[in-house]
Design a protein around this ligand. Structure first.
Ligand code: HEC
Ligand code: HEC
Length: 289
């Protein structure tokens, strides 16, 4: 059938000339607003294409007239965060502990930095949560050898224990057995007495002789009741928390030929601010004084 374009009488619109069973299709023009919006999006698209990075060119790409880079944008964000973090760490380094503890946001930053520092540097010896293990003291109890105040913890971390740092904490338990100060049976006796201090003594054992040996040889460092002495890092013996263990043979071994733990000094590896942050973290583990 030949197509015939004519005006529709009712709407006044041209027909397309298509006709099916007497039904004719109108050629209704697109609404003007739609056409303008469409053209505007085309112009917008071309504009973006020219202004921003668009066409890949082998190993490089067309950078766009504005030279914008989302990577640079992200890096600027990272730099901004770094600068903020740096400023907060600077404040942590400058302020006394009491001021940091009063500033909620700053304390949060310090504890986070401390936790990360602990995981990276301290965990291999003191355990993931500071729970300690044989020879490496627990840091989450209220039993301290050198001290559990923030200042004491800071001092320990900064200069270490028997570390070789000029200001290291240091002390030495005498080698009672190896140097012949005490005879083997005296060492057995004092070990029996020491076990009464933490409630693990065998019942019925006479500890009078051991108690006397303790008063004469051990009390100067460990205290007359075994309460310990922080001036010389002598652990409390009247405690269920032990550095080397609570077994009789462990006590005998320590008195015969003592072990001495070494804690590295961190002043060469961590900044003073980071040391303060990790001290705050250790203090928060449960035993802080
Ligand atoms: C190489 C193992 C090792 C590493 C790593 C280490 N420590 Fe220690 N730390 C020790 C030993 C061993 C002692 C106990 C020394 C002693 O016998 O008096 C100790 C003691 C301490 C004490 C004293 C506890 C008390 O009872 O007074 C504190 C606090 C401490 N460490 C914190 C830290 C922190 C924080 C870090 C990480 C920055 C760290 N340590 C890393 C081995 C280590
Ligand atoms: C000059 C001080 C000094 C004297 C005296 C001394 N000790 Fe010690 N003792 C220490 C120190 C310091 C340590 C911790 C060693 C270390 O940090 O590795 C220690 C550790 C110990 C431990 C291990 C504690 C634990 O938590 O596992 C026992 C047990 C002990 N001493 C018993 C004795 C007995 C018993 C005597 C007396 C016969 C004695 N000490 C005399 C300083 C002393």
């Amino acid at each position: 059938m030949p197509t015939k374009i004519e005006k529709d009488v009712i709407t006044g619109t041209d027909t397309t000339g298509h006709e099916w069973d007497g039904i004719r299709e109108l050629n209704t023009p697109l609404p003007k607003w739609w056409v303008y919006v469409y053209l505007a999006t085309v112009v917008w698209g071309l504009g973006m294409f020219v202004l921003y990075p668009s066409i890949p060119l082998g190993t490089t790409y067309f950078h766009g007239l504005l030279g914008y880079s989302s990577r640079a944008d992200a890096m600027a964000g990272v730099e901004e965060m770094r600068a903020m973090h740096g400023k907060q760490m600077q404040q942590i380094g400058a302020l006394p502990f009491a001021e940091i503890q009063k500033n909620h946001d700053l304390l949060e930053v310090a504890l986070t930095a401390g936790r990360i520092t602990f995981a990276e540097n301290c965990q291999p010896c003191h355990g993931p949560n500071g729970e300690g293990r044989i020879g490496y003291p627990a840091l989450d109890t209220d039993v301290w050898r050198w001290g559990g105040t923030l200042a004491a913890i800071q001092q320990t971390i900064t200069h270490g224990i028997r570390s070789g740092d000029p200001e290291t904490r240091t002390s030495q338990m005498p080698s009672f057995g190896a140097d012949g100060v005490l005879k083997p049976d005296q060492i057995q006796q004092v070990a029996d007495y020491v076990m009464t201090l933490y409630g693990k003594a065998k019942p019925g054992v006479d500890t009078a002789a051991g108690q006397k040996i303790f008063a004469e040889n051990c009390a100067a460092c460990h205290g007359d009741k075994g309460q310990g002495n922080r001036d010389v890092g002598a652990p409390p013996l009247a405690s269920r928390v032990h550095l080397y263990g609570d077994a009789r043979e462990t006590v005998v071994a320590q008195v015969t030929k003592p072990r001495h733990g070494v804690m590295p000094n961190w002043n060469q590896r961590l900044t003073p601010a980071t040391i303060k942050a990790v001290a705050l973290y250790v203090h928060s583990l449960g035993g802080g004084e």
